[in-house]
Design a protein around this ligand. Structure first.
Ligand code: BGC
Length: 378
């Protein structure tokens, strides 16, 4: 470990490495440093009965590390993250964070609800991205360990006040992370509001199943359960069309290397600078939760399935990572060194009457579930 990193960790009081090799079936809390405002931030390390680990910080509810076995049984980290809270305060890539109030973009930073126009921050060109200037990724969440039948669970809560980032309604949000004993990370999102509002919660983990710092993710083999995707304009706002994936680089119905078509001259790939698109999941009616995607990394044999109750998933190939962020152990996060599969309602839904609605009304309970399941293949 470099001297600079050690100094940073000491200065912020971080104890990221404390508790290495924690007791199976336990959860440990430690300090992760302080925000620039002096607020204390914690790190919770959940260890399941097999020794797999998920570390989650109260800053942004971010997943800091996720250690799962490779085909030889060796545990390794599969997500990007930082050694202390400072990295989370300073990055604008939403690394590992909970995203709210609205995952992905809202066009022209405004929407109409009940005849009233709500104006939001333009934090991505003309548009709003991931909740605005200070989204849920920059909030310090309250946390407590809670019992779970099938693993270790952490409950995070946050009150987003009426008018925060321009959105209406006092919104009570609760997220439960469970690291199950079958090596899955389950994320359950709950919310209630006291005024009509819009809501689209997700988690922005960046995965590299061979480990951060192992190179690009172009050799990962991906399947997405989607017959259609939502094409975008130059600001990455959906045009409203649901386009068939057949015959396009967006056809991942048969497992295909991520890198096979990521540099093709397809117009949509060019607009995204690679993949940065919402896929319309082929959910079976009546199924409470369905398989959205499956990824396999041939060298380590690690595999991940994504299951969700959501209608869409944003597949993003880290096109805007440019090497300027230095994560855990000083690893630099370069273009395409990780991918995201952000389960969600479609981008810009508040302005797209044909998309599934993201409205939440007083008296309704928002509840969605996404599960990242890990296994190994020969
Ligand atoms: C968006 C990208 C964005 C990334 C990080 C993704 O969900 O679709 O365009 O760059 O998040 O902010």
């Amino acid at each position: 470990m470099g001297a600079t990193l050690m100094t940073t960790m000491a200065a912020s009081g971080a104890s990221f490495l404390a508790g290495v090799g924690a007791k199976p079936g336990s959860t440990k809390k430690s300090s992760f440093g302080k925000t620039p405002d002096g607020e204390s931030v914690d790190l919770y390390k959940l260890t399941n009965k097999n020794g797999a680990e998920a570390a989650i910080t109260t800053y942004g509810g971010s997943v800091v590390s996720l250690k799962v076995p490779d085909r030889s049984g060796k545990l390794g980290d599969v997500v990007l993250g930082f050694d202390s809270v400072d990295g989370y305060v300073n990055n604008t890539s939403y690394i590992g964070a909970l995203i709210g109030r609205y995952g992905n973009r809202i066009g022209h930073a405004e929407f109409k609800l009940d005849g009233k126009t709500y104006t939001l921050a333009k934090n991505n060109g003309e548009n709003t991205l991931h909740g605005g200037t200070k989204g849920f990724n920059k909030a310090v969440w309250a946390a407590k360990e809670i019992p779970a039948k099938d693993g270790q669970a952490l409950e995070l809560t946050y009150l987003s006040k009426d008018g925060e980032e321009g959105f209406p309604g006092n919104l009570h949000v609760r997220v439960i992370y469970t690291l199950t004993d079958s090596n899955a990370l389950r994320i359950e999102y709950f919310a209630t509001t006291d005024k009509d509002t819009v809501l689209n919660l997700t988690n922005h983990s960046y995965f590299n199943l061979a480990g951060p710092g192992s190179g690009d993710i172009l050799g990962h083999i991906l399947m997405i359960e989607a017959d259609k995707f939502t094409p975008v304009d130059s600001g990455l706002i959906p045009t409203g069309e649901l386009r068939g994936v057949a015959g396009t680089p967006f056809d991942f119905r048969t497992p295909t290397e991520i890198g096979a078509r990521v540099n093709s001259d397809d117009e949509q790939i060019k607009l995204g600078g690679g993949y940065d698109h919402n896929f319309v999941l082929s959910r079976k009616p009546g199924d409470p939760i369905s398989l959205a995607a499956r990824v396999r990394e041939p060298k380590t044999g690690r595999a991940m399935e994504v299951w969700t109750t959501e209608p869409g998933v944003q597949f993003y190939t880290g096109n805007f990572l440019d090497g300027s962020l230095h994560g855990k152990d000083g690893v630099s996060y370069t273009k395409r060194s990780a991918f995201c599969l952000e389960t969600q309602h479609f981008p810009d839904s508040p302005n797209q009457p044909k998309f599934p609605s993201t409205e939440l009304k007083p008296g309704e309970r928002y509840h969605t579930t996404t599960i990242y399941k890990f296994s190994t293949a020969k």
